[in-house]
Write a protein that binds this ligand. Structure first.
Ligand code: NAD
Length: 285
């Protein structure tokens, strides 16, 4: 039987670390604070906001939401973003994306203070991830995958790791984080020839394609570690990952469920970034 790698266990361990980190800041008179910028009220954004707020407040991080109208102009949006960016009490900024059609994200990517950029929007942080400079902030989801692997003691050095997906949000930065840990990384995508064979040759398989249950049992080598980043809805309307969990679990050595896997760790990574940002901005790191 495979080991089920649960996000809740990873998050619980991270909570201890977060409480310690917040304690150090508070002792020095620093109240860690995250600024969430939300345009409109998309249900996805509201759900993520609720989860992030709960996670932050549970460890003593203040959450301040700037809610902007759905039809806001580019100029007003940039002004509101700048106000959060320039606020000395705010240590981390989270902007919900995608933005409404009339708004261009590019200007705020270059505007955001890289030391407050807890979700890797700034080209500075993207460059740091790709150059292996750990002083930057990686996107939360790839880092959540790394937290899961570390928590369950999965060694990466010299291991054959296959990542399915090459987006800038998950696949590519994740490949860089794995490479930094000396894994031998293969990135697969829609044009990959013999996807199943490439996946089968992996000791660690990470799926971030966004295709419900596409990873069948014959994609997975016996005993392989399988991490499922996908969040999809199946034909029955239930939440599911990219991995056909019931078919793959008997073959895999360890596997993350969906829901309850990687997704349960991302807001803990966000909180970790706020604590680190508060440390940077106050000259403690
Ligand atoms: P995306 O659509 O931007 O990228 C998907 C990538 O997968 C592309 O590079 C594409 O080439 C590849 N791909 C798609 N179908 C494929 C196929 N059939 N075979 C091989 N490669 C294929 O998506 P994204 O933003 O990178 O997100 C990927 C998945 O992760 C989605 O399900 C998304 O909902 C989920 N996600 C989860 C979290 C989390 O917290 N767990 C966060 C962000 C995204």
């Amino acid at each position: 039987m495979s080991i089920i790698m649960k996000g809740s266990e990873v998050a619980a361990a991270m909570k201890e670390e977060l409480l310690r980190g917040v304690g150090v800041l508070v002792q020095r008179g620093i109240a860690p604070q995250v600024g969430i910028v939300r345009v409109g009220g998309r249900p996805d954004d509201l759900a993520y906001e609720r989860g992030a707020r709960k996670k932050m407040e549970a460890v003593g991080i203040r959450c301040v939401v700037t809610e902007l109208p759905e039809d806001i102009s580019q100029v007003e949006f940039q002004q509101a973003f700048a106000a959060v960016n320039d606020d000395p009490a705010t240590h981390g900024i989270l902007l919900f994306r995608p933005l409404p059609k009339q708004l261009d994200e590019e200007p705020v990517r270059s505007m955001v203070n890289p030391w407050k950029d807890i979700d890797c929007m700034s080209p500075v942080n993207v460059a740091k991830v790709f150059s292996g400079d750990e002083s930057g902030f990686a996107p939360c989801t790839p880092e959540a995958v790394m937290e899961v692997l570390a928590h369950y003691g999965i060694a990466l050095k010299g291991k054959r790791v296959t990542v399915i997906g090459r987006s800038m949000v998950v696949g590519k930065p994740l490949a860089m984080l794995l490479l930094k840990q000396h894994a031998t990384v293969t990135i697969c995508h829609t044009r990959t020839v013999d996807l199943a064979g490439t996946c089968r040759s992996a000791e660690i398989l990470i799926a971030a394609a966004g295709k419900a249950k596409m990873i069948a049992a014959d994609f997975v080598a016996p005993g392989a570690v399988v991490v499922d980043v996908g969040i999809n809805v199946d034909e029955a309307g239930n939440l599911c990952g990219d991995v056909d969990f019931d078919a793959v679990a008997p073959t895999a050595g360890s596997i993350t469920p969906v829901p309850g896997g990687v997704g349960a760790v991302t807001s803990s990574v966000l909180a970790k970034h706020v604590v680190r940002a508060a440390g940077y901005l106050n000259g403690l790191i």
